[in-house]
Design a binder for this molecule. Structure first.
Ligand code: PLP
Length: 423
């Protein structure tokens, strides 16, 4: 930990704005030299086992040769061309493959570069769906306590008002309708009543299926999603699933919606879409939504088009990542990781301040009664060879789906030791 920082860090530190960070008081970021497999190699030569898969993106581990080769080939062919008026194989192939993988008729992919922007596009699609159908007044969204959908202005309005990191902007941004998830008959009846009263104002219901990620790794049952589908149908409201975190195997099925056997009207994907290689996201609409835009009227078109829309390098990475899911080996891997996480984290339940230990798919969570010291804990985890970055009250592991048992045991062992010495 004492090696002097590299010159590039010293030269840039006064110029880079870091994410979610009070830069004046936060510990310095760890300088990274390279990555491989499930490891992050620091400039001083130390290797950290990555417990987070770089914010849930690197699902096959870092530098996967199949993805790297695909990106290299595409780099020589065409790194980028505009998507307006031009088409290329990586994006068209990816859209067709995603449509085939997703259940139901989620068949129409709109590509963007980040998760937040995909959610913005899904929200815009939902608003315009009603406008195009000649229905006025459907201007608001219903979202859930504990939810997180991004950091841009519109997505901030559908995050949990307290936990969603955006409470500073309450009053500045338009208020959406916040509800509790229908986890039981009482909350189900309450949501039903709320929708009966306000359906005429609501364009769509927005939810992260099965796991509310950044809002605290909160789990709910597939039954909640079936209730939401039924309520959306009953009150004629669109349903948007934000699978940016849950998509691509994380919860045990390729998409979380498959555990519930129902489909939303629009789904958003990003994070693991390119296997953590390049930024890419998609808002994918069902036929019902798409058909509201399919018209002889130019005014009914979705007027949206990010500059780097459908970037060929990112789409090539995503296609290669999908290839790696094809043999189905990830299913046994997620089950293996799930068992390893449950066994390895169970002893944390006895630690002071811990209120819950829970595992779903390849997500392992230790929750504390109070927010933990993220910076301090990160440093202590790193001293023991693990990259783990707590979030509010939760210390969690979301390893690459390919992580081996030894690396997983290292992570759970480090968590138990460090948390045992005080969070
Ligand atoms: C990360 C995340 C987002 C935002 O994605 P960005 O790429 O960070 O903009 C939105 N929704 C969910 C569920 C996420 O986990």
């Amino acid at each position: 930990m004492s090696a002097s920082p590299p010159a590039w860090l010293e030269a840039g530190v006064g110029h880079v704005w870091r994410p979610y960070c009070q830069m004046k008081t936060a510990p310095a970021p760890l300088p990274v030299a390279r990555t491989h497999g499930t490891r992050i190699v620091l400039e001083d030569g130390r290797e950290l086992v990555d417990g987070i898969a770089s914010w849930w993106t690197a699902c096959h581990g870092y530098n996967h040769p199949h993805i790297a080769d695909a990106v290299r080939r595409q780099l020589d062919l065409a790194p980028h061309v505009m998507f307006g008026g031009l088409a290329h194989e990586p994006a068209y192939r990816l859209a067709a493959r995603l449509a085939a993988l997703l259940p139901g008729d989620l068949n129409h992919a709109f590509f963007a570069e980040s998760g937040s922007v995909a959610v913005e596009i899904a929200m815009k699609m939902a608003l315009q769906y009603w406008i195009n159908r000649g229905v006025a007044g459907r201007t608001r969204f219903l979202a859930f306590l504990g939810g997180y959908h991004g950091d841009t202005l519109a997505t901030m309005t559908v995050c949990d008002p307290e936990e969603g990191m955006h409470s500073l902007f309450a009053g500045v941004l338009p208020g959406q309708i916040m509800a509790a998830l229908p986890v039981d008959d009482v909350s189900h009846a309450a949501l039903d009543a709320q929708l009966a009263a306000q359906a005429g104002d609501i364009a769509a219901i927005l939810v992260e299926p099965l796991v509310q990620g950044a809002g605290g790794m909160l789990f709910h049952d597939p039954e909640v999603l079936r209730r939401l589908r039924a309520l959306a149908d009953k009150h004629d409201i669109l349903l948007i699933f934000d699978e940016i975190f849950t998509g691509f195997g994380r919860t045990g099925t390729l998409f979380a919606m498959q555990a519930a056997g129902i489909e939303p009207d629009i789904v958003t994907l990003s994070k693991a879409l390119t296997g953590g290689t390049l930024p890419l996201s998609a808002a994918i609409a069902s036929t019902r939504v798409f058909e509201a835009f399919w018209s002889d009227d130019p005014g009914a078109a979705l007027m949206h088009g990010p500059t780097y829309m459908g970037n060929p390098l990112a789409c090539a990475a995503a296609n290669a990542s999908l290839d790696l899911f094809e043999d189905g080996a990830w299913i046994a891997n997620v089950a293996r990781l799930s068992a390893g996480l449950a066994q390895g984290l169970e002893p944390c339940r006895a630690l002071p301040g811990v209120v819950d230990v829970r595992v779903k798919g390849a997500i392992g969570v230790v929750e504390f009664a109070q927010a933990v010291d993220t910076g301090g804990l990160c440093a202590r985890f790193a001293e023991q060879g693990a990259w783990i970055r707590p979030m509010g009250k939760v210390v969690y592991l979301t390893p690459a789906l390919t992580m081996d048992d030894d690396d997983l045991a290292l992570l759970t062992g480090v968590m138990l030791r460090v948390l045992g010495a005080g969070a």
